[in-house]
Design a protein around this ligand. Structure first.
Ligand code: MTE
Length: 302
């Protein structure tokens, strides 16, 4: 497969927008008008030879514990998973809870291609051409009240279809959370597809979240509920091992997992002898998101 530089894997229009945007106001935030910025200039400098991961690797090397803990389990076991009918409920600290069908979501919020990098806490990474839109577009449709400080995402609970849920590996259903400003950031993406196709079951169909500057486990799959809450939610991973998995889980090469280093990563699809590459702060999206954490001790709030 042809290897791309970051600038080349960025859809041309977006890249041009980004350049003119950068010229206008430097590398600060205020990005709402921009749409999407797949990579920051730091990522560009550090990893010249990035290429989009193959469809095969993206769809056969997965983490989805509802379908088993092996990397190929989700691909093998999720093919008959039922994603229709599918409703998503938005509730909690909102004026009026609503329930939307996946069809309503797909027709009300057009998806665009967003080439974003996934860095898994286990130490591997992929560059994925997702299809999706900003979560903030959806949240702007419900009136949040002043107590809406955090967002909790809940994946489906369906042990008849998901044999992994018969075992207490995690406290099912899978739950994750974000602070409200993280949730409203334009890079926080509701994913509806990849490679310009429908989202495969193993990647979280029909709807999953993706937060590119955080470890992959924050990106809950097969979402059925989005709940606005006042208190910081406890995610499934925090519940399983609070010492290892914090609420923020920002990609941070300076904070090791208690059992392994986070300084480097293995790029899925590279030759097995290829050296690991350096992991970048905020997965390379620091220009866009570092200001969300200014003044915070990121060793303490890991
Ligand atoms: N969501 C659910 N519901 N269950 C899971 O086990 N695994 C997470 C995340 N979302 C997981 C999940 C982890 S650890 C990662 S790295 C990513 O999904 C993997 O996404 P991918 O398989 O699309 O690459």
């Amino acid at each position: 497969m042809k290897k791309f530089k970051y600038s080349e894997i960025t859809p041309e229009k977006i890249y041009k927008d980004r350049r003119s945007f950068v010229k206008q106001i430097g590398y600060g935030l205020g990005t709402l008008s921009l749409g999407i910025m797949p990579f920051s200039k730091n990522a560009n400098a550090a990893n010249e030879e990035n290429k989009i991961t193959s469809y095969k690797d993206i769809t056969t090397y997965n983490n989805y514990y509802e379908f088993g803990t092996g990397k190929s389990d989700p691909y093998i076991r999720s093919q008959n998973f039922k994603t229709n009918p599918w409703n998503i409920r938005i509730e909690g600290e909102v004026d009026k809870p609503i329930e939307l069908s996946i069809e309503e979501i797909l027709s009300s919020f057009p998806s665009e291609e967003r080439i974003l990098k996934l860095r898994c806490v286990e130490g591997w990474s992929m560059i994925i051409p997702w299809m999706g839109f900003s979560l903030s577009n959806l949240l702007s449709k419900v009136k949040l009240n002043s107590k809406a400080k955090f967002v909790e995402f809940e994946s489906i609970y369906s042990p008849d279809q998901m044999s992994g849920q018969k075992y207490p590996v995690l406290n099912w259903p899978y739950k994750e959370g974000l602070r409200i400003d993280e949730a409203m950031h334009p890079l926080t993406t509701l994913v509806t597809g990849l490679y310009n196709k429908k989202l495969p079951n193993q990647n979280g169909a029909p709807l999953r979240i993706f937060i590119p500057w955080k470890y992959g486990f924050k990106s809950a799959k097969a979402i059925v509920k989005i709940k606005l809450v006042e208190k910081m939610p406890t995610s499934s991973w925090m519940w399983a091992s609070p010492r290892e998995y914090g609420f923020y889980s920002n990609v941070n090469p300076n904070v090791n997992h208690p059992r392994w280093s986070q300084a480097t990563e293995r790029v899925i699809g590279n030759d097995i002898w290829a050296p690991r590459v350096k992991t970048l702060m905020f997965n390379g999206y620091g220009d866009e998101v570092a200001n969300l954490y200014s003044g915070m001790d990121l060793k303490k709030y890991f």
